[in-house]
Ligand binder design. Sequence first.
Ligand code: B3K
Ligand code: ZN
Length: 888
Amino acid sequence: PSTIHRTDYTPPPFLIDTIELEFELEAERTTVTSKMQLRRNPQAAYCPELQLSGEALQLISLRLDGVACTNRQIDEAGLTVYDVPDAFELTIVNACEPASNTSLMGLYLSNGHFFTQCEAQGFRKITYFLDRPDVMARYTVILRANKAAYPILLSNGNLIEAGDLPNGKHYAKWHDPFAKPSYLFALVAGQLVALEERIITHSGAQKLLQVWVEAHDLDKTHHAMDALIHAIHWDEARFGLELDLERFMIVAVSDFNMGAMENKGLNIFNTKYVLANPQTATDSDYANIEAVVGHEYFHNWTGNRVTCRDWFQLSLKEGLTVFRDQEFSADMAAAGAVNAAAARASQRIENVRILQQVQFAEDAGPMAHPVRPESYVEINNFYTATVYEKGAEVVRMYQTLLGRDGFRQGMDLYFQRHDGQAVSCDDFRQAMAEANQRDLAQFEHWYSQLGTPYVLVRSQYDEAARTYTVTLAQHYKPVLNAPYTASAPLLIPFAIGLVDANGQDLALQLAGEGAPGTATRVLELNQAEQTFRFINVQTQPVPSLLRDFSAPVIVEYDYTDDELIFLLAHDSDPFNRWAAGQRLVTRTLLALARQAERTQLTGNQLNQSIIDAFGRILRDETLTPAFREQVLTLPTEIYLAEQMDQADPAAVHTARQYLRTQLANALSHDWSTIYARHQTPGPYQPTPADMGQRALKNLALSYLSNSKQSAHALHLAQTQYDRADNMSDRSAALAALIHLGGQPAQAALADFYQRFENEPLAIDKWFALQATQQRAEMDLIKLVRTLMHHPAFTLKNPNRVRALIFSFISGNPAQFHATNGSGYALWVEQVLALDTLNPQLAARLARLLERWRKFTPALREQMHEALETVLASVHSKDVREIIDKALI
Ligand code: B3K
Ligand code: ZN
C-alpha cells in the first residue's frame, strides 16, 4: 500500500457540477445509474484522461455524451476514461452488493435497512467518482425500492417528489441545493418511523426536524430531538449560523463504525448516540447524545458549507467542530445549573481528562502525528484524538488569545470568504489573524508539530524586592521510536494566577505596568524560554499554573505535596483545583506502584494529610456534587501505566486497588453519609444537578463496595438495583454487585439480561460491566471468551465488540497483560477475525498494542511476537499501517 503525502496535493483535473443518481435498491445487488456533468478544471494541469475511483463495483455500461464508450479501462482503483473532451456528460451504470458488505463503508444493510457511510472514501464503493473532498457537486437522487420492505426512502436535501411504481415498488426523488463533496452523500431505506417537530429559525423560516428510528425505539427519541433544537438555537445565538435546509433528519443505525456522520441534511447516527429513555440510558449516555447531536449539527457549517480541501485538513472541520460541541455542552450545562461556573468547569475537566488520557498517549507513541498530518496510508486511521481533541484545543487557543469577540469576528470572516469552498487549516488561521489584525504566523507550528510540549516552570520570590519571577521554558521529551524535536517555539497562551497564604488570588501586576490587574493572566509564551516578573507581591505565593488548561501542554513544576493540598483546598480556578488533586493522587499511586513491584502493599502506607485533603473535598457542601465526584475519581490504570518509565499494569492495578481500599475505609463514614444524602427524589431528570448527585452517590457506592463494610454495601447495592427507576442507578448498582461477587451478582446479571433482552444498548452494558470488573480472583480472559460464545455476541456489530473486547482491554489492563500471554492471544485472534470483516474496527483494535515498547521487558517481548503474528497474515491496509508503524 502506498503512502499519501500532504505536500503532494494537486487540484483535481476535472470538476463535477451536477450529478443525478438513480438507485434500484436490492439487498443482494443494487444498481446505480450516475449521470454527471464534468469539465476540465481551469486551475489544474491538463490531463487527457479522466480517472474515477471505484472499489468493489461492477461496471454495467458507460456513455459519454450519450454514446457508448469503450475507450476505458478498469482496475482495482477504479475507472479510467481516455481522451475526454473539455466538457461532457458521463453516464455510468454499475452494481454493488450491500448484503455482503460487512465493512460498514459504502452502501450496506443493518437490521434489514439500507444505510450508507461515505466519509472518508466510501462513495467509491457506491459508484465511480472523483471521490475527494475538493470536488463539490449538486446532487439529485432517485431511490426505487420495494414499498413493503422499504417504505421510507431518504437522501440529502429536500424531497421533490415521491410515488408508486409497478410491481410493488415505489420511489422518492431528493434534491440537495448545496454543492457538496461525495463524502457527505447519504441514503437510507427501510421500515422506520420518525419523531417530528417544526421550528421557526432566526430568519422566520419554518423547518421540519425528524428523528428516524425503528418503531420500537420511538419512545427513545425525545432527548435527541431536544438536543437538536437546542443546538440549532445555540448556533444562531453564539455564531449567527442558521439552518439552511427546509428539513433536517437524524437516522439511527445499529451497525456503525463511529459515533455519527454529518451527511448534509441527513445525519446518520449510531443508535448509542440517539436512543435514550430513563430505563435504558445512563447520565453519560444522555450527555453524549447531546454532545454528538450538537457536533453533527454544527458540522452543517463547519465541515459542510465550508469543507476540507484534502484529508490532511481534517482537523479544520473536526477540531473546530469538537470545540463547538464542547462550548455547546458547557453552555447547556451552565444554563441548567445553580452554579454556572462550576458546571462549566466540570465539562472542561471531562474534556481535558480524555485529552490527557488518550491524546497524550497517542502523541508519545508510534502513531504520533501533527494535528495536520503529513502522510497516511489509510485515512480512516487518522480520525484520531490528535485530529479531534488536540485539534479542538488548538481552536480553543485562538479564542483564548483573541477573546470571545475576536474569535467570533474570525469565524465571521472565515464564512464570508469561504462559504461553498473546500479550504485548508491555513485559511482558517488567516481569517482569525486578519479579522483581528494579528500576526498568527507562529501559530502555524501547532498544526505541524507532533508530540506534547512540556512547559518547565521555575519561580523565585524576592522578599526584599517584593517580586515574584516566573520562568517558562518549552521543550519536548524524546519518545519511544518517534524521536523528534521542536522545529520552532510555539505560541503558548499560559494562564496563571498567584494564590496568597490565605488562599486568595493576588491582583497581578507585571513589571512596567502601572496598576494591578486581574487575578488570572494569560501570558503569551512565544520563545523557547521567557521570564515574567510580577511586582508588589507582599508574601510568597503559590502559583496556579495553566488555569483552565489554557494550552495542550504538560506543566513541569516541583510542587510539594503541601502546595498541592493547598491548591486543592483554595485555588479559585476549579479546573486547577481538580488538577492539583490529580497530580497529588497520581504521584501517590506511582510511588505505591513502584513499591508494589518490590513488595506487598500492606497496612497503612499513606500520608494522612492526603486522605484528610480528599476527605475535606468530599464533605465540602459548597462544592457541587459533580465536582466532588471528579476530584475523588482516581486516574485510570491506563493513564497511570503511561506515566511510568516502564509500564507495569500489574503493579498499577495493585497500587490503585490499594488506594481505593484505603480511601474507602478511611472515609467510610463520609461515603455512607454521602450515599444517604445524595438521593435524587422524584422522577428521573438528566439535569446537571441531578446528574451530579447520582454521580457522587454512585461513586460512594463503588467505594463502599471496596471497603470493609461489604455487607452494608451489598445491602445498599441490592436495594438500589431493585428500586432503580433509571439506568445510571441500576447499572451502578449492578457494577457494585458484580464487584462484591457471589450469588447476588449472578442473580442481578440474570435479571438485567432478562429485563433488557430486547434493548441492544443495555445488553452492551451487560457485556461491558462484566468485562471491566475489578476482581483479582476472577479470570477475565476466560470470562471474555465465554461471553464471546454467548448467543447475543457477534463480531459484526461494532458496539458489541467495543462493549466486550475493547472494554476489557482498556478497562482491565492488569488482566489483559497477563504474564502467560493469554490476553495477547485473544487480541491476535480478534484482530485477524475482524481484519477481513471490518478493517476499520480491526485497526482500532490493533492500536491497543501499539505502545508495546513502553512495557516491562517480559511483556514487551510477548507483545512483539503478537504483532509479528498479525503482520504475517493481515489483509487490510488499515491494520497493516498500524502494525507497520508499531514495529518501526
Ligand atoms: N465525520 C465523521 C467521522 C467519519 C469517520 C470516517 N472513518 C463523524 C464526525 O466527526 O462527526
Ligand atoms: Zn466531526
